[in-house]
Write a protein that binds this ligand. Sequence first.
Ligand SMILES: [Zn+2]
Length: 87
Amino acid sequence: MIEVGELKEEVKRWAEKVGVSPKEIHMRKMRRKWASCSSKGRLTFSYDLLAQPEDFRAYVIVHELLHLKYPNHGKMFKALLRVYLQE
Ligand SMILES: [Zn+2]
């Protein structure tokens, strides 16, 4: 279990790697999703993510950050997701 501040730090570290700058990073209870991303660059993560292992957190975080560049799950999106998570 990590804390909210630690998760936000992880998001910021990944944002630097991915080369995006989320306008806001929020956390709240979410029922059916781990995270969401608004078209205005606002990211929201589920509190449940705090209890997930590091590699799963990375997957969710990078996924949302890539949506700041690519709104869909197209070829580029999937290719980059793989590249970042392999490191
Ligand atoms: Zn997505």
